[in-house]
Design a binder for this molecule. Structure first.
Ligand SMILES: Cc1ncc(COP(=O)(O)O)c(C=O)c1O
Length: 416
């Protein structure tokens, strides 16, 4: 029985969950950390835009363009409320979390990072939150420092104190970290980290790719300066990301992508940039998918983010227990479900994760195997890959049972 959400009713909204594979096996989709499935409402709203009011936004004065502009800007306002930002100008549409972080590195980073400065990341970051900073540091003669994760997948806040302590001499200019690890599943204490950083006037970027879709987000309460996340990981379409920047910082930032729509006036020798946030949205944006994202936010709001989290907590406890029960299995990250988001990474002795995922596919079960774009963490864990099962609002305990049966089958095939 599903106590918190009417999961069986929710499932009816997701046409792909009716898909049959491999001799009629139903799809058991457990790769939600990579991308989530889309409800009819989202698919329909994108289709409605193209069928009824497809046009470019912000410029034309005719009716359908005004409708498109209104829907696009309504989404911005919806996102503002969803993360409790103060102003809609603080919400910038990008293509994904990766682009959002790059925008900060290229715009804020290139103006603020100087030779000898430090940028603090953690060992569990996704490549999207390493490579832009590493490249910036290479170009500027600055250095990336990594906060270590311990064997259970936690950070030590004392290490953060040490890294930015007196000896640091004001060299650390930004801390950028993921609020929830896409491999360990750990939910990190963002609020405490931000408090420590702010005592030293160091801004904090939160990579919310894994946290924003799964729990309530409040940028005023956490106090973060930047927050990056992707629509496709929270029922929305691909090709839409969000960057939140606290207004006081955004006002100081230079635009990153230059061209149409982000200007007020262009003359032969100079340009006057548009107001916030438009000066950060150069060129025609992904209008259809931003509008589709609006429907995804409505869907999540109707369920309630606290209920999303509660459901995942219940499911993660069950998933952890069932995986723990497998023979010769190593589970990465915290032992307690309450310290985790809805994902579990693991390895089974004697079975390569890719082989494991391939066998599971025969059962219609979709999980992810590989380094999960977190090779720095893989090095720390001394592995090259892991299997990862990740959950969302439509997953059931029956599906977890199918996963476990398939894993036991894999074990039998490999005779381990
Ligand atoms: C923690 C984290 N950060 C960043 C990303 C990158 O997201 P996107 O591919 O949508 O840019 C991901 C994607 O899995 C992620 O898990």
């Amino acid at each position: 029985m599903q106590a918190l959400l009417d999961v069986y009713k929710i499932r009816q909204d997701f046409p792909i969950l009716n898909r049959r594979l491999n001799d009629g096996k139903r799809l058991v989709y457990l790769d939600n950390a990579a991308t989530t499935q889309k409800p009819n409402e989202v698919i329909d709203s994108i289709s409605r835009y193209y069928k009824e009011y497809n046009s470019n936004i912000h410029r034309a004065v005719y009716q359908i363009a005004e409708e498109a502009t209104e829907e696009y800007e309504n989404t911005r306002e919806k996102i503002r409320k969803f993360i409790n930002a103060r102003y809609p100008e603080e919400i910038i549409f990008t293509r994904n979390t990766t682009e959002s972080i790059n925008l900060v590195a290229y715009s804020w980073g290139y103006s603020n990072i100087k030779k000898g400065n430090k940028i603090v990341l953690t060992e569990y970051e996704h490549h999207s939150n390493i490579v832009p900073w590493q490249t910036l540091c290479h170009n500027k003669g600055a250095r990336v420092k990594y906060l270590e994760v311990d064997a259970d997948g936690y950070l030590k806040l004392e290490d953060l104190y040490d890294l930015i302590s007196q000896k640091d001499d004001g060299k650390t200019k930004i801390i950028s970290l993921s609020e929830m690890s896409n491999v360990l599943g750990t939910i990190f204490p963002a609020k405490e980290i931000i408090k420590i950083a702010h005592e030293k006037d160091i801004p904090v970027l939160l990579d919310g790719a894994q946290s924003v879709p799964h729990m309530k987000t409040d940028v005023q309460q956490s106090g973060c300066d930047f927050l990056a996340f992707s629509a496709h990981k929270m029922l929305g379409p691909t090709g839409v990301g969000v960057l939140y920047v606290r207004k006081e910082i955004l006002e100081q930032m230079k635009p990153f992508i230059l061209g149409g729509d982000m200007i007020k006036e262009v003359h032969k020798e100079n340009t006057i940039f548009n107001d916030l946030p438009y000066r950060f949205e150069g060129g025609t944006p992904n209008i259809a998918d931003v509008i589709g994202f609006s429907a995804a936010i409505d869907y999540l709001n109707r369920i309630g983010m606290d209920n999303v989290r509660e459901h995942e907590l219940e499911m993660t406890s069950y998933l952890l227990e069932r995986i723990k029960g497998l023979k010769s299995v190593v589970i990465y990250g915290p032992k307690k479900a309450k310290d985790r988001g809805g994902l579990v990474s693991f390895n089974m002795d004697g079975i390569h994760p890719h082989d494991c995922a391939t066998i599971l596919n025969d059962f219609g079960v979709a999980i992810r195997s590989g380094h999960h774009c977190a090779q720095v963490l893989m090095e720390k864990l001394d592995i090259v890959a892991s299997s990862r099962a990740s959950l969302y609002i439509y997953n059931t305990k029956e599906e977890i049972d199918i996963l476990i049966d398939a894993l036991n089958h894999a074990r039998r095939i490999f005779n381990t």
